[in-house]
Design a protein around this ligand. Structure first.
Ligand SMILES: Nc1ncnc2c1ncn2[C@@H]1O[C@H](COP(=O)(O)OP(=O)(O)OP(=O)(O)O)[C@@H](O)[C@H]1O
Ligand SMILES: [Mg+2]
Length: 319
C-alpha cells in the first residue's frame, strides 16, 4: 500500500533524513519511533507530498507522490504534527470545507461531516470556533480531518499527543478498529502505545533507520528479556548469593537498591535475575526456591523485556 524509497532531505547543512526506505501493507500499523529531531516529521511530510524530498520518493498504492500527486493524495489521510487547523472556522464549517475539497457533493458532504463528527466525538463542540477549543479537542478535529474521506493509507504524526487518558484510549481503539482495512503509520513517543496498537516498529535515529521489527522481536533484544523477577518480603543474605551462583544466571539485581530500602523501608523489594541461559533460568530458580523454604516469595515471573531499554540502546547519544 505504501512504499517509501530512499527518501532523503537536507535543510542547508542539516541532514534531516538519510536514505529511508520501508513498505507498509494493508492491515499493518507501523510505529515510527525516534528521539526528538530524528527525522520522523520530515519523513512523513515527504510521504504525504507536503514538502519535496531532496532525493528518493514514496508510492501510495502505486502512485508516485511527486509524479502523480493528486491521485496519490486522494488515498492519504494525514494528521500533521501540532494539529494545524483554521482557528477562525467552526468545527462544522472546517470539516465541511475539507469534505468539499475532498470532492464530496452537497448531500454526501453533509452526511460525511455528520458521521465523522460522531465518530470522533465532536458533537458537543461542532459549532464552536476551532481557535477557542482546548488542545485535545483541536487534536481531535485534526484527526477527524484525516479520516473524513476514509482513506486507505493513514499517516499520523503523534495522534494522541495532548489527549487525556480516556481520549487516548478512544483514539487507539479507533486506530485498531480501522487497521484491518488500511495501511497506517503513526509516530509516537509513548512506548505503551506501540505495544497496544503497532504490528511493526521502525526506529529512526539521525535520519537513519536503526531497527525494523515487530514489538515482540524488539523486546527480545532487551537485556531484561528472559530475566526472572521475584517479589520478596525480605532479602536474606544467602538468597542473593545463591541466586547469583546459579549456573544459568548472569547477574542479580535488587530494586529498589538495598541502600534505598534502608531509608524508605516501604515497598517490597524486587529481585531480578538476569539470564546467562534463558531457557534454563526459570527451572533452576524454581528448584532453588523449593530447596529454600525459608525464603518468603510472594510472586515470580519471567520478563519479556522492555521497549524502553531497546529504544534507549539504539538511540542514545554516545559521547
Ligand atoms: N524546515 C526546516 N528547516 C531547517 N531544519 C529543519 C526543518 N524541518 C526540520 N528540520 C530539522 O530536521 C531535523 C529533523 O526534524 P523532524 O521534525 O523531522 O524531527 P522529529 O523526528 O519529528 O522530532 P520530534 O520527535 O521532536 O517531533 C531536525 O534537526 C530539525 O531541526
Ligand atoms: Mg516530529
Amino acid at each position: 500500500m505504501l512504499a517509501v524509497k530512499h527518501l532523503q532531505k537536507t535543510f542547508g547543512l542539516i541532514h534531516a533524513v538519510r536514505d529511508v526506505s520501508f513498505k507498509v501493507a494493508r492491515g499493518e500499523v507501523l510505529g515510527f519511533l525516534g528521539p526528538n529531531g530524528a527525522g520522523k516529521t520530515t519523513t512523513m511530510r515527504m510521504i504525504t507530498g507536503f514538502i519535496p524530498p531532496t532525493a528518493g520518493t514514496a508510492e501510495i498504492m502505486g502512485h508516485d507522490i511527486q509524479a502523480e500527486p493528486i491521485p496519490a493524495k486522494k488515498l492519504i489521510g494525514y494528521l500533521p504534527e501540532n494539529a494545524p487547523v483554521y482557528a477562525e472556522m467552526t468545527v462544522w464549517n472546517y470539516l465541511e470545507f475539507i469534505a468539499e475539497i475532498r470532492g464530496f457533493n452537497n448531500r454526501a458532504n453533509h452526511e460525511r461531516v455528520q458521521q465523522t463528527i460522531a465518530d470522533c466525538r465532536l458533537d458537543a463542540v461542532k459549532h464552536q470556533a476551532i481557535g477557542t477549543l482546548s488542545k485535545g479537542y483541536k487534536q481531535r478535529v485534526c484527526f477527524a480531518q484525516a479520516l473524513l474521506h476514509d482513506p486507505p493509507v493513514l499517516i499520523m504524526d503523534e495522534p494522541t499527543d495532548g489527549l487525556d487518558p480516556n481520549q487516548k484510549h478512544i483514539v487507539r481503539t479507533m486506530i485498531r478498529d480501522m487497521a484491518a482495512r488500511k495501511a497506517i503509520v503513526i509516530s509516537t513517543h509513548i512506548l505503551e502505545e506501540v505495544e497496544a496498537i503497532c504490528t511493526r516498529v521502525i526506529i529512526i535515529r539521525d535520519g537513519t533507520i536503526v531497527a525494523n521489527a515487530t514489538p515482540t522481536e524488539l523486546k527480545a533484544k532487551s537485556r531484561a528479556h528472559g530475566a526472572v523477577e521475584l517479589m520478596v518480603k525480605s532479602t536474606p543474605s544467602d538468597m542473593l548469593a545463591k541466586l547469583g551462583h546459579t549456573a544459568s544466571a548472569a547477574r542479580v539485581e535488587v530494586y529498589p537498591p538495598l541502600a534505598a530500602q534502608a531509608v524508605t523501608g516501604t515497598s517490597l523489594p524486587r529481585v531480578v535475575v538476569y539470564p546467562r541461559d534463558a531457557a534454563q533460568l526459570s527451572k533452576d530458580i524454581i528448584a532453588l526456591v523449593k530447596a529454600n523454604p525459608g525464603w518468603e516469595i510472594s510472586a515470580m515471573k519471567t520478563l519479556e523485556g522492555r521497549l524502553d531499554d531497546v529504544f534507549h540502546e539504539l538511540t542514545e547519544v554516545k559521547n
